[in-house]
Design a protein around this ligand. Structure first.
Ligand SMILES: *Cc1c(COP(=O)(O)O)cnc(C)c1O
Length: 384
């Protein structure tokens, strides 16, 4: 049916009507006083969302652009960096760092498993010469639905003294990432994930230790030179023409988030993660990430006896619900249910109910009709 698409993928995520309407306004000049007022307001809102007093810079870029900025501004070719790789995004940051001439060492875990903080501790403690300049970690590994233990990994990084550069693209606005309390140096995210916005803006939070490194960093940079963004943010503008309508939208989305409150936003994501996982278990569908290591943004499911791609196809054709598939080696092996951003409990019940109908249609015999909805509803009722 037209206009009924329900996005249950880990980005782009659903967008509230008030945010969509803000996008429809006439653009304004980005050097105008009116834009300056909006820039000041959204910057304050972003600091609130990031739980930081330091800089949060706004880029016209996707999440990858924000991560690229977060890496190239603080390092020099040949610098030794540790990169956590347990999925598609960790791999991407290792490749990106290699592309810029960094000396990359991977700290790996099998896809579907969390990174072991001890692996970071061992490598960092062995580096008595302090050659390791930065540790790059993906907090929520969207490709597998695993949440890495950023807090513990960061403690080991702090003990060593290297910079920590975090991909928080699907954890920011979904779970607690207290940037200043933990002392995270660089944290990148993107508008189409937890922000309830369309794609188009990237965000990078930068702390004082990272700015020190910026002063001597030698990887070439121009459009993504964060110093330019910082200097102009102080004057409530941006170095280059920003998508001004996205700023109108960001202003509305941040107001909605502030009205809900950080604690409530995090609780909602955790409740919906638990409800989704309970439903999958009740339907006999194996979860790809173990309990205790799962992402509050995305649930990956590895069905046995029924094909992931068939499930996705029926869900889309019959119910207008978009689920994500697997990436790289996981293509065809898993499907992923996004519950990130503008998602309410009703959406979870709808998706689970449609999934049950899909499984029945596909002749999957593990399903007890109603079991998934009952399990999800139980969690949603207990914790709402
Ligand atoms: C979506 C995502 C990104 C950014 O991808 P873009 O397509 O560049 O926006 C980065 N990291 C993670 C973990 C993601 O989920």
């Amino acid at each position: 049916m037209d206009n009924k698409l329900m996005l249950m993928i880990p980005g782009p995520t659903p967008v509230p009507e008030s945010v969509l309407l803000a996008l429809a306004k006439h653009p304004i000049g980005h050097r105008s006083g009116e834009f300056g007022t909006i820039m000041a307001e959204v910057t304050a809102g972003l600091k609130w969302l990031h739980q930081t007093e330091n800089d949060v810079l706004i880029l016209t870029a996707s999440g990858t652009g924000a991560m690229e900025a977060g890496i190239i501004n603080f390092l020099s070719p040949g610098d030794r960096v540790l990169v956590g790789t347990n999925g598609k995004f960790g791999d991407r940051w290792a490749q990106l760092a290699e592309g810029f001439g960094l000396n990359v060492e991977r700290v790996t875990a099998e896809w579907g498993k969390a990174l072991d903080p001890e692996d970071f501790r061992t490598r960092l403690e062995a580096d008595t010469a302090k050659d390791i300049k930065a540790v790059i970690v993906t907090h929520s590994e969207t490709s597998t639905g695993v949440l890495n233990d950023l807090e513990t990994i960061n403690r080991h990084v702090k003990a060593h003294g290297a910079l920590i550069i975090v991909d928080a693209v699907t954890s920011l606005g979904a779970t607690n990432v207290p940037i200043d309390e933990w002392g995270l140096d660089v944290v990148a995210s993107g508008s189409q994930k937890g922000f309830m916005l369309p794609p188009g803006l990237g965000f990078v939070a930068v702390g004082p230790k990272a700015w020190e490194a910026y002063a001597t960093a030698k990887i070439p940079r121009f459009y993504l030179d964060l110093g330019k963004y910082r200097k102009d943010a102080a004057k409530n503008t941006t170095p280059f023409t920003p998508p001004v309508n996205m700023f109108f939208a960001l202003q509305v989305a941040l107001k909605m988030m502030q009205a809900e409150g950080l604690e409530n936003i995090f609780a909602r994501h955790h409740r919906q993660m638990n409800a989704t996982r309970a439903a999958m278990k009740a339907l006999g569908l194996p979860l790809f990430a173990a309990d205790g290591t799962s992402s509050p943004a995305i649930t990956a499911v590895a069905p046995v006896g029924v094909e992931s791609e068939k499930i996705r196809s029926v869900m889309k054709k019959k119910f207008d619900i978009a689920l994500a598939g697997g990436q790289d080696d996981l293509k065809g092996k898993i499907f992923r249910v996004g519950h990130l951003g503008f998602v309410c409990d009703r959406d979870i019940l709808t998706a689970v109910g449609a999934l049950e109908a899909t499984l029945i249609e596909l002749g999957y015999d593990g399903v007890t009709p109603g079991a998934g909805v009952a399990a999800a509803a139980k969690i949603l009722n207990e914790t709402a």
